[in-house]
Design a protein around this ligand. Structure first.
Ligand code: 13P
Length: 337
């Protein structure tokens, strides 16, 4: 298959009008933090058990079309001895891989960050592909402060995302491009809108310069939200602000926009997605999810590391996946919780 047909097939397998992406790609320090909250030690075996529980959830493929995995998971097996990427694909969930490494301060732009991991990416991707990964994810993070992100920060981060996306497409791997404007700050929703618009503008400019095929990528942005220290915004306010920014910056050629949850609680993330789809029904792109915490948290709290809770934890995951699927068509209501 040519790389072009591989990219096209992966987009077709991942993008539809009712399913979303499950992010299960926490790095070792992040999964350790999530496990610590439920008193589970982050051992390789516990991570395998947890991720195998997620991917073997009966019926998950009805609502989830792709899953982002961490490197270690590609080589791990479920209880029946099947490799986890194959376990996912049995349910028509396309396996993908997080390829960005850690973030570091961006020299010359105090307060801005830059993500590492571009060196040797091509060779690594070829290996991941043989393990079943058909798409990849790279995240750049943008903390908001009075003078951040700086113009240099926006440009450097956009350049990284575009270089990564171009490498992926050259190898027939669909890139998820994730510029995340953080909500862990004190800004109001207007400031988040201003920064997100500038960030996305820079990202699409860089993608264009690097000849990235917009038809064969997925955008994973933040919703436009007030910082955590501010009052929560109502879903219709979030939806209006988010759609205004996306319409100004994201070309119609992009097939799907899959939001990250970014620290919103699970019900809030579903309600916001629902409003976005109610208001954005005529938008040129699919408006979907690529949630990590907002899909996994209720299941994790149910599981707490105990085998006897596995089925209940899977039901908790399935419930969030189903409600978010309803939110894709604006048919979710909080009374369904
Ligand atoms: P959250 O939905 O928990 O923000 O995670 C999504 C993700 O993949 C962050 O890179």
């Amino acid at each position: 298959m040519s790389t072009q047909s591989e990219l096209q097939q992966t987009i077709e397998d991942m993008v539809d009008d009712h399913r979303g992406i499950l992010a299960a790609d926490e790095s070792h320090p992040t999964i350790a933090k999530r496990f610590k909250a439920i008193n589970v030690e982050s051992t390789e075996e516990n991570r395998r058990v947890w991720r195998s529980l997620l991917l073997t959830t009966p019926g998950l493929g009805d609502y989830i079309s792709g899953t982002i995995l961490f490197e270690e998971t590609l080589g791990q097996k479920g209880e029946e001895g099947t490799l986890l990427p194959q376990v996912a694909w049995k349910q028509k969930i396309v396996p993908g891989i997080k390829v960005d490494k850690d973030t570091a301060p961006l020299s010359g732009a105090p307060g801005d960050l830059i993500t590492r991991g571009l060196d040797g990416l091509g060779e690594q991707l070829q290996g991941y592909k043989t393990q079943g990964a058909r798409f990849a994810k790279w995240r750049e993070v943008y903390p908001i402060a009075r003078h951040n992100p700086t113009p240099l920060g926006r440009q450097a981060n956009a350049e990284m995302l575009a270089r990564y996306a171009a490498i992926c497409q050259e190898l027939g791997v669909v890139p998820i491009v994730e510029p995340e404007v953080l909500m862990e700050c004190e800004h109001d929703i207007g400031r988040c809108a201003e920064v997100t618009e500038q960030v996305l503008h820079a990202v699409f400019h860089a993608l264009h310069q690097h000849h990235v095929s917009l038809e064969h990528m997925i955008l994973k942005p933040n919703m436009v939200l007030p910082g955590k220290a501010c009052r929560r915004a109502e879903p219709d306010e979030v939806a209006a602000a988010t759609l205004r920014v996306l319409r100004r910056t994201v070309p119609a050629a992009v097939p799907s926009i899959n939001f990250l949850s970014g620290g919103q609680d699970d019900e809030e993330a579903t309600a916001n997605l629902n409003s976005i789809n109610q208001l954005g029904g005529n938008a040129p792109w699919q408006l979907s999810i690529s949630y990590g915490r907002a899909l996994q948290q209720p299941a994790l709290r149910t599981w707490i590391g105990k085998t006897e809770n596995s089925a209940a934890a899977q039901q908790a995951l399935l419930k969030r996946a189903r409600l978010n699927s309803l939110a894709r068509t604006g048919e979710y209501d909080p009374s369904m919780e």
